[in-house]
Design a protein around this ligand. Structure first.
Ligand code: FAD
Length: 458
């Protein structure tokens, strides 16, 4: 279980293909879909043709034990345009929730319905937030009540990506009033279900190519098999929660989904941030004021250097979190939230600085930086606001106070031989000292051999 930054050949190719797709098919039309606030169907079709819009593609990336494929893909896609990127990856958020909660049979039933196939695309939505409760899951008021072999869902959802136009809505609802937010379950509500009402498409500041909606569930009836995980597993989980009531962890499927998807969302923000830094660096090198390129001024150059540093730091956090998620290492110190916090905050700073660097040109729509600024702002709000990430991190740190840092806490790799003979061990230190002390007596070939063993890698 080693963390390695070297991309595999497949990851290298994936990032290259995703970048080509973003620069050939997304960037050229990003301005249009942003202005028109129109869903980018042709781009989704092209994504599907290129293999980027299918459940197996995402399951494959999620299953990558290095954890790096998914963030690499996301960063390239969102470098193109975050609004179009969201339209493309929204079903993957729903799929992540299905993947955590569903039985294998349900997974096989619903995963293809989330994406469809080229020429017959489908959409999926993950409907969690409500007008009274985005951050605070205790305020969720949507209820599901059993009625014979069906469930009846009543409630109100807000800010739902693909809401009302999706073929599959994964919806959380309280099923046990006594347990409140701990007594939730996830349901699949197919598009067009009677009682599922698209109240309105929301008019957004940024990410305008993606569809975001307010929904109502007016006595929406779904069959028993649409309860993800099945009724038996639900009963067991409710019984466990009743027993554990009052002892701390919320442990709902919904919260688990957000934890898992945070590195994915962080990588999206990094795509926007990187686009902005690249753009402003190029502009500042070309734009002349007072007889020299503006990049020659430290007031322009230093913020760019600071941002590039912060982006790389955020990327490392993101890849670490993604690697942890892929290897089942729990985010006990809030590592997923750290990645999302760092990446979304740097995206806002980078896009704002890009506008400043372009001056008046940055403030008008001739250049994409004002759009990126509007797009980036979403990232400090959705999938947990920056404040909520700080709450999660600080609570996690409090709970892990008696634990050493992650790199000391993790199970070591390399086995007992590494512990005895690896770099920094007592054995190697003694050999080095002995070799140095004996340098006048030991034949040169032996000394050369010892120094080859002990020297740093070239
Ligand atoms: C464009 C867009 C797309 C979205 N897509 C989806 C989607 O597909 N599915 C979905 O379910 N949801 C979606 N959301 C909802 C999003 O996740 C919520 O808006 C977000 O979680 C914040 O919740 P809220 O808006 O209710 O803000 P609130 O929870 O009301 O927070 C308001 C402010 O108070 C702060 N605050 C709240 N509690 C604390 C605290 N304890 N300490 C410090 N500060 C606090 C918040 O940080 C924020 O600044 C989307 C939102 C947007 C804008």
């Amino acid at each position: 279980m080693t963390f390695d930054l070297t991309p595999t050949a497949a990851q290298h190719d994936l990032a290259k293909r995703a970048h080509e797709f973003a620069s050939e098919c997304i960037r050229p039309v990003a301005g249009h879909y942003d202005r028109a606030q129109e869903f980018p169907w042709p781009v989704l079709e092209e994504a599907a043709r290129r293999g980027f819009y299918s459940p197996l593609f995402y399951r494959d990336l999620i299953g990558d034990p290095t954890g790096l494929s998914l963030p690499m893909f996301m960063e390239e896609l969102f470098w193109g345009c975050a609004g179009i990127g969201l339209a493309i990856v929204m079903p993957a958020l729903a799929l992540a929730a299905i993947g955590r909660a569903a039985t294998p049979a349900q997974m096989l039933r619903w995963a293809p319905e989330c994406f469809g196939s080229p020429g017959d695309l489908k959409l999926a939505a993950l409907a969690i937030s409500e007008p009274e409760g985005g951050s605070d899951v205790r305020n969720l008021r949507t209820r599901a009540v059993r009625d014979g072999d069906d469930w009846i869902i009543d409630g109100h959802k807000m800010w739902i990506g693909n809401g009302g136009i999706a073929d599959v809505h994964v919806v959380n609802a309280v099923v046990d009033e006594d347990l409140g937010h701990r007594g939730q379950a996830l349901f699949v509500v197919p598009g067009g279900s009677p009682g599922l009402e698209l109240v309105r498409k929301l008019d957004k500041l940024g990410c305008r190519a993606s569809h975001t909606a307010e929904l109502k569930f007016n006595a929406v009836r779904v069959p028993m098999e649409n309860l993800l995980g099945g009724v038996e597993r639900l009963e067991e989980s409710l019984a466990r929660k009743r027993e554990a009531r009052g002892n701390g962890r919320p442990g709902s499927v919904t919260l688990g989904t957000f934890e898992q998807t945070r590195p994915m969302v962080a990588a999206q923000a990094l795509g926007i941030a990187r686009a902005a830094v690249e753009y402003m660096s190029g502009y500042a090198s070309r734009r002349e004021a007072f007889g020299a390129p503006i990049i020659d001024n430290q007031a322009i150059a230093f913020p760019i250097a600071d941002l590039a540093t912060s982006i790389d730091a955020a990327r490392l956090l993101t890849w670490r979190a993604s690697w942890m998620a892929a290897n089942g290492v729990r985010f006990e110190r809030g590592e997923g939230s750290m990645a999302k916090l760092a990446a979304s905050e740097v995206a806002v700073r980078a896009t704002e600085q890009a506008i400043q660097t372009l001056g008046g040109w940055g403030y008008i729509t001739d250049h994409p930086v004002e759009k990126w600024y509007r797009d980036a702002k979403l990232y400090t709000i959705f999938e947990g606001t920056s404040e909520i990430q700080r709450v999660v991190i600080s609570h996690a740190l409090g709970a892990a106070l008696d634990r050493p840092p992650l790199h000391v806490d993790l199970e070591p790799s390399g086995g007992s031989l590494s512990k005895l003979f690896g770099r920094g061990t007592v054995f190697r230190g003694r050999v080095a000292d002995a070799a140095l002390n004996a340098r006048d007596r030991v034949p040169v070939p032996v000394l050369n051999f010892a120094s080859r063993v002990l020297r740093p890698p070239r």
